[in-house]
Design a protein. Structure first.
Ligand SMILES: Nc1ncnc2c1ncn2[C@@H]1O[C@H](COP(=O)(O)OP(=O)(O)OP(=O)(O)O)[C@@H](O)[C@H]1O
Ligand SMILES: [Mg+2]
Length: 286
């Protein structure tokens, strides 16, 4: 639960007209199927349980499956917004544990343009600043329209597994984005590890190569074990932290979120500009 001091700080900031800024986080990977959607959903649930307001976006537009992971279906999705058929307010849905979410829509034939997210900036700004966290569950890899988007968030979480192919692709995506904006902060997660040692070795492999070739230190966010209860939760369409809160994966995620929030206290988002103003800059000023 969010501690009293934090709630008080927030009230004080509001009273002085200093609203805490919304933090925008994109969850990415190079290789597909490494656990981004499960991570995004359960990370959002954990933040929400601690009292933070979270808006979770399924940005795997056209192939979204976050709603399947939570056993719901979304009548309206981000596709309805991006194609101009719906207002933002109409596509925000109630997820588990108070998480609000926006579905990604299915059907590959939907040709949509993520850049529309930058067009209604006033509406967007007013809407999004109500939340403490915006979590974007991205599709694997990068394409032209997700790129500007990724360069606009405050933090990028890179998910990898211990497999060399996943690690290589994780490095490739970090390199690609870092070259375009060297200030972009990366946090890495090792998912589906066989042991704690396997996890630390995975994180070390990736940080070592980033340090060596890109000359910066990504933050190691945490390790999530390979856990059959995650697969069972997916089959049952229940978020894994709710399916079994005491499973190894759920306990590890809990620890990861605690560590993340500790770190976030040290690097508040206040100084940097909002996600929407950053996005606007990328779309119109470059
Ligand atoms: N910690 C874990 N332990 C066991 N299995 C896992 C774990 N994390 C993910 N999986 C398995 O991997 C599958 C894919 O996970 P998920 O859909 O979250 O990946 P993704 O990166 O979002 O995939 P995509 O690139 O297609 O969007 C899950 O359905 C589950 O079976
Ligand atoms: Mg996914």
């Amino acid at each position: 639960m969010k501690d009293q001091a934090e709630i008080l700080r927030k009230k004080l900031r509001r009273r002085h007209g200093l609203k805490p800024k919304t933090k925008a986080v994109a969850v990415v990977s190079g290789k597909g199927g490494v656990g981004k959607s499960n991570f995004s959903l359960n990370f959002s649930i954990s933040l929400s349980k601690r009292g933070y307001s979270v808006l979770l976006f399924d940005m795997d537009v056209g192939m979204g499956n976050l709603d399947i992971l939570m056993g719901r279906s979304s009548e309206k999705t981000i596709v309805d917004y991006l194609t101009g058929d719906s207002k933002l307010a109409d596509i925000i849905l109630e997820g588990p544990e108070g998480v609000k979410y926006i579905g990604g829509g299915t059907g590959l034939n939907q040709l949509v343009n993520l850049e529309r997210l930058g067009t209604l900036t006033n509406e967007l700004d007013a809407f999004l600043e109500e939340y403490d966290y915006l979590i974007f569950d991205m599709g694997a890899g990068i394409n032209e329209s997700s790129l500007k988007f990724l360069l606009s968030v405050h933090e990028i979480f890179v998910i990898t597994t211990p497999e060399p192919t996943a690690l290589m692709d994780a490095y490739a995506i970090i390199k690609y984005l870092h070259v375009l904006d060297e200030k972009l902060p990366f946090q890495i997660v090792a998912n589906r590890t066989q042991s704690h040692q396997d996890g630390t070795a995975t994180l070390k492999r990736l940080t070592d190569v980033v340090k060596k070739f890109l000359d910066f230190d990504p933050v190691s966010l945490g390790i999530l074990p390979d856990d059959r209860s995650v697969q069972q939760a997916v089959s049952r369409q229940i978020p894994f932290t709710m399916f079994n809160p005491k499973s190894k994966a759920s306990l590890a995620l809990d620890e990861l979120v605690n560590r993340y929030l500790e770190g976030a206290k040290q690097i508040p988002v206040q100084q940097s500009s909002s996600f929407v103003s950053r996005l606007k800059k990328f779309l119109f000023e470059r």
